[in-house]
Design a protein around this ligand. Structure first.
Ligand code: BES
Ligand code: ZN
Length: 461
């Protein structure tokens, strides 16, 4: 065991306390009323970066109210490799009313798990990376140069980090780029994620009459906008679950036989986990693809929410004036977000009945899907690091979620990208009673330490 690992071991309890300290700050990036909390979390991180010996610690201005936090240590010398680690410290909203059993911003520990908003997505990753760096520096023999970049608006669309990465390519230069977020399919099964889906989000508004009407007067001769919306939504997939938008799949890469084998190496276990974690009666979706392919290598169109009319207590015989739906698409590599938006918009215009008017608005600029090189020095170092820390070799897999900045790292920087996930997929990210398994948090710290050591040991300047 290296002295960095020994240090991490000796300070494990304090690392957990620091995780709790960060979890107590409600850094919700999607709600403007939490902007000051996001600021506070950024200051907390910057302070800890300074304390552990990082230099040039700053909250770069470009990021406005939801700051990026940057710090570096370049003491390993020019011949040593440089590692850029990225995590996000902002979180999704959480309220007791969503079904939390305890205050989402007052972490509680039960049976080796810490429950709090952001526990698994993604403050345990932030602290794991930060404490790995602390351990490497404290041991006095850190073999890599380090750059840490923490984002405060990943959950709200990553509005500012793209420009930052584009403008600071030279300062962010690294041999390996660690994107630390995401999850493992089972607590004891590490994975190396080599692909993420992209995303676009839209809002569809269907308008009928100029104002809400009495359904006794007009029911039967005015097309109800909620019904029209439902009729349109029902046409966006066929009975197989395939998206019907013309051109939607035209740039989608086929799953090669090699990748099919790789992605499905763990299919039986994944199907079991699927049953346990979703609680849904049975799987759905494109019959010609496996469960895992449907949620990683295939694009989707999803209705995230639908609103309109009266849904208070009792009833109201109203014929509403409008109805809206939030729609998002998960995208795979080569699908262009803007082009997909246009295809969806044109198709909706085509199927909209003449009895209503519609408008489709793009809610954020979107991000494309990404695939990382599987055969890189960084991937091999990560493979060694996971194998040692988890006692089990990682499987290669693609994930269905999105980390918008991943595509800009790939386009703007030339380091080898590795996704480092330490959380469990069942940890309830974005939902109530989110938790992190502490054992995985500590294995994560060990993995991040070994990764740097292994990268340095195999690096050829
Ligand atoms: N941690 C997730 C991304 C993720 C999810 C990676 C599942 C791998 C597997 C991240 O914090 C997230 O939730 N991203 C959003 C991005 C969106 C708000 C632009 C997502 O995927 O919905
Ligand atoms: Zn998230």
């Amino acid at each position: 065991m290296s002295s960095a690992h020994e240090y991490a071991h000796a300070h494990a309890a304090r690392f957990e306390q620091q995780l709790n300290d960060l979890l107590r700050i409600p850094s919700v990036s999607t709600l403007p009323e939490h902007a000051a909390d996001v600021q506070r979390a950024a200051q907390w991180l910057a302070e800890d970066m300074r304390r552990i010996g990082l230099q040039n610690v700053q909250l770069p201005q470009q990021s406005g109210y939801l700051p990026l936090v940057y710090g570096e240590w370049l003491g390993a010398g020019e011949d040593a490799p440089t590692v850029l680690s990225y995590c996000h410290y902002d979180v999704q909203p959480a309220e007791m009313a969503d079904g939390w059993e305890s205050n989402p911003f007052e972490p509680v520990e039960r049976e080796g798990k810490v429950y709090a908003r952001g526990a698994v997505d993604s403050k345990s990753h932030v602290i794991a990376q930060l404490k790995a760096v602390e351990s490497l520096l404290a041991a006095g023999d850190c073999p890599v140069n380090l750059k840490l970049l923490f984002e405060g608006e990943e959950e709200s669309g990553s509005d500012h980090i793209f420009a930052y990465v584009a403008q600071h390519g030279a300062a962010l230069r690294a041999d390996a780029i660690v994107v630390s977020d995401g999850s493992l399919p089972a607590p004891d099964q590490p994975v190396l994620v080599y692909g993420l889906r992209g995303i676009i989000s839209m809002e569809l508004t269907v308008t009928g009459p100029q104002r809400d009407l009495h359904s006794g007067h007009y029911g039967g001769n005015v097309h109800n906008p909620i019904q029209a919306l439902a009729e349109m939504i029902a046409q966006l997939h066929d009975a197989n679950g395939t998206v019907t938008v013309p051109g939607f799949y035209e740039d989608v890469r086929a799953v090669s036989p090699e990748e099919h084998a790789l992605l499905n190496a763990n299919l039986a276990q994944a199907e079991q986990e699927w049953r346990k974690l979703t609680g849904a009666p049975q799987p759905w979706g494109e019959a010609e693809y496996t469960l895992l392919e449907r949620s990683s290598a295939r694009p989707t169109l999803e209705i995230n929410g639908i609103a309109g009319g009266f849904y208070g207590q009792g009833f109201k015989t109203v014929l509403p004036a409008k109805a809206t739906a939030k729609i998002s698409c998960r995208l795979v590599p080569d699908q262009d977000p803007q082009r997909i938006f246009e295809q969806v918009r044109d198709y909706l215009a085509q199927i909209a009945p003449p009895t209503v008017t519609i408008e489709l608005q793009l809610l954020e600029s979107g991000a494309p899907g990404v695939l990382f090189e599987r055969d890189s020095a960084a991937m091999r170092a990560a493979e060694v690091a996971y194998t040692r820390s988890w006692g089990k070799a990682p499987l290669f897999t693609r994930e269905g979620g999105s980390i918008p900045v991943a595509s800009s790292f790939q386009q703007q920087l030339d380091g080898e990208i590795v996704l480092m996930s330490f959380g469990y997929k069942g940890g309830g990210a974005h939902g109530p009673n989110e938790y992190v398994i502490l054992d995985m948090f500590h294995k994560g710290i060990a993995t991040a330490i070994t990764f740097c050591q292994e990268l340095a040991a195999t690096h050829r300047p």
